[in-house]
Design a protein around this ligand. Structure first.
Ligand code: PXG
Length: 447
C-alpha cells in the first residue's frame, strides 16, 4: 500500500470550468478543489500526495475497501474476453450466475433479478414494475406510489417523485402525479442518542392506513422506503416499524419495496437489511456495494410470483418493455461476482455485525462535543447532527466536509449539518478510533 509521499501520481488539470459536477457546490469546489488520485484499503490518496482515511466508503460503495486486486483482475479479464454484449434478446453466462448468486443471499422468496446501472434506475424500475404488475392482475387502477418524507430514491423522475428530500424536488416541477408520502420516522425529543433502532416510532407506519383510507387501496400500487434512510442523514427504522408496514401493505394488496441501495451488502450486518428486520418485502432495489463501487450496477430483486405474472402471452413477445443498453454489462457482472466472493470469503457482513457495538460506543463518545445535538448509529453507520449556524443551514456541515479533507486527512459525507460515517466493513477497531478522533477534531474546528 503506498504511503504518504508515494501516492499514485495524477495529471492535475489547470482548468476546472468545463466539468459541471453532480450534487456539488461547484463554485466552492473550484476555489478549493478536493482532488483524488488513488485509493487502497481504508484510504484515499490526494493529488498532492496526502493519505486520507475513508469514513464514507467513497459514497456508501466500497464495503470491501478500496483497490481490491481480485475485482480489478476480474474487470481486466472480462474487458479482454467480452467487452460488451447486447442484453436485449442475448445473454452472457455471468449475468445468469450473478442473478443466482444474488437470489441465494437475498431473503427467501426474492429469487428473480432485473439489472440496471444505478440506484436511481433501480428505483424507477421497481416502481414501473409495481404498476405493470397490478395491470397484469386486472388491477389497472393501482397506479399510486407512496414514498416517505426525507426518503431518497435517486434522481430519476420516479425516484425524485417518491423521494422526500425537499431540496431534491423543488426545482423540478410537478414530477409524477398520484404520489403521496408517509411521514418520516424521526423525533429528536424522543429518540436522541439512540444506538440502533429507536424504541419510539413504530406507530409512524400506521399513517399508511390513513393514506389507504384517503385514496382507497384499489388506487395504490406500492410503498417504497429505505430500511435506514441514508442520504437524509442516517435515520434507522424504529423498532417494529417495518413489520407494521409489511402487515398493512399485505392487508391491502399493496406491494412493499425496500430500497437497499445503501443498506444492502453488509452495511447493517446482513446481506440485506430485510434479513436484520425479519421482514420480506416484495422487491428490493440494490446498487453501490454490489460491485464494491468498482463498476456501475444496480438492480431489483423480486418475488417470482411478480415475475411470473408477466410470463404469459405469445412466447416470441417481449414480456416487459423495460431495460437498459448496459443492463447486466459484462464488466459490471465480473466486478460483482468478484465482489460477492470477497464478501463471502472474508465474512464481511458478519464482521459488520461484530463491530457494530464497538463502532456505536466509539461514535457515541462524541456526545458532548460542541454543537452535537444528536447521534444515531446502526450497523456500521452513524449520523451526527450538528446545530446549524444561525440563519445558514448546511454551512457548518459543508465546513466540516472541507475541513476534514484539507486539515484532518479524513473523508466523510455530510447531509446538511449532519455528518455521516459509514466506513468500509474492513475497518479495524484502531481505525474506528482514529476516525472518531479525527471527527472530534473536525467538530471542534467548526465550532
Ligand atoms: N436509493 C438510495 C437509498 C440511495 O442512497 C440511490 C437510490 C440512487 O443511487 P444512484 O446510484 O443512482 O446514485 C441512492 C444513492 C450521500 C449520498 O451522501 C447517497 C447516495 C448518493 C449520493 C450521495 O448520502 N445514495
Amino acid at each position: 500500500m503506498p504511503d504518504k509521499g508515494t501516492a499514485p501520481s495524477a495529471n492535475i488539470p489547470n482548468d476546472l470550468a468545463a466539468y459541471w459536477m453532480p450534487f456539488t457546490a461547484n463554485r466552492a469546489f473550484k476555489r478549493a478543489p478536493r482532488l483524488l488520485a488513488g485509493a487502497k484499503g481504508m484510504h484515499y490518496f490526494t493529488t498532492d500526495g496526502r493519505k486520507l482515511i475513508d469514513a464514507a466508503s467513497g459514497m456508501w460503495c466500497t464495503n470491501a475497501g478500496h483497490g481490491r486486486r481480485e475485482i480489478a483482475e476480474a474487470i481486466a479479464r472480462q474487458a479482454e474476453t467480452l467487452d460488451y454484449a447486447p442484453p436485449f434478446q442475448f445473454g452472457i453466462p455471468q449475468a445468469f450466475e450473478l442473478a443466482n448468486r444474488l437470489a441465494d443471499i437475498a431473503p427467501k422468496g426474492l429469487d428473480r433479478v432485473f439489472f440496471c446501472n444505478s440506484g436511481s434506475e433501480a428505483a424507477d424500475t421497481a416502481l414501473k414494475m409495481a404498476i405493470a404488475y397490478h395491470q397484469t392482475q386486472g388491477q389497472g387502477t393501482r397506479t399510486r406510489l407512496i414514498g416517505r418524507e426525507r426518503g431518497y430514491h435517486g434522481v430519476g423522475f420516479g425516484g425524485t417523485a417518491v423521494g422526500g428530500i425537499v431540496g431534491n424536488r423543488r426545482m423540478f416541477g410537478t414530477l409524477l402525479s398520484g404520489v403521496d408520502h408517509l411521514p418520516h420516522t424521526y423525533d429528536r425529543d424522543r429518540q436522541a442518542f439512540s444506538k440502533g433502532e429507536p424504541e419510539y416510532g413504530a406507530h409512524f407506519a400506521d399513517e399508511l392506513e390513513r393514506l389507504v383510507n384517503l385514496h382507497g387501496a384499489s388506487t395504490i400500487a406500492a410503498v417504497i422506503v429505505e430500511p435506514m434512510a441514508g442520504s437524509t442523514g442516517v435515520l434507522p427504522a424504529p423498532k417494529g416499524y417495518l413489520k407494521r408496514l409489511r402487515d398493512i401493505t399485505e392487508r391491502h394488496g399493496i406491494l412493499l419495496i425496500f430500497d437497499e441501495v445503501i443498506t444492502g451488502f453488509g452495511r447493517l450486518g446482513h446481506a440485506f437489511a430485510a434479513e436484520r428486520y425479519g421482514v420480506t418485502p416484495d422487491m428490493i432495489t440494490f446498487a453501490k456495494g454490489v460491485t464494491n463501487g468498482a463498476a456501475p450496477m444496480g438492480g431489483v430483486l423480486l418475488r417470482s410470483a411478480i415475475h411470473d405474472a408477466f410470463m404469459t402471452g405469445p412466447e416470441h413477445m417481449v414480456e416487459l418493455a423495460h431495460g437498459y443498453t448496459y443492463s447486466a454489462h459484462p464488466i459490471a457482472c465480473a466486478a460483482a461476482l468478484a465482489t460477492l466472493d470477497i464478501y463471502r470469503d472474508e465474512k464481511l457482513f458478519e464482521r459488520a455485525r461484530t463491530l457494530e457495538p464497538v463502532f456505536a460506543d466509539a461514535v457515541m463518545a462524541l456526545k458532548g462535543e460542541p454543537n452535537v445535538v444528536d447521534i444515531r448509529t446502526v450497523g456500521l453507520t452513524a449520523g451526527i447532527d450538528l446545530a446549524p449556524r444561525p440563519d445558514l443551514p448546511g454551512k457548518r456541515g459543508f465546513e466540516a466536509l472541507a475541513c476534514a479533507f484539507h486539515d484532518h486527512d479524513l473523508m466523510l459525507r455530510v447531509a446538511g449539518d449532519t455528518l455521516a460515517l459509514t466506513p468500509p466493513l474492513i475497518v479495524s477497531e484502531a481505525e474506528i478510533g482514529e476516525i472518531v478522533d479525527k471527527v472530534g477534531r473536525v467538530i471542534r474546528s467548526v465550532a
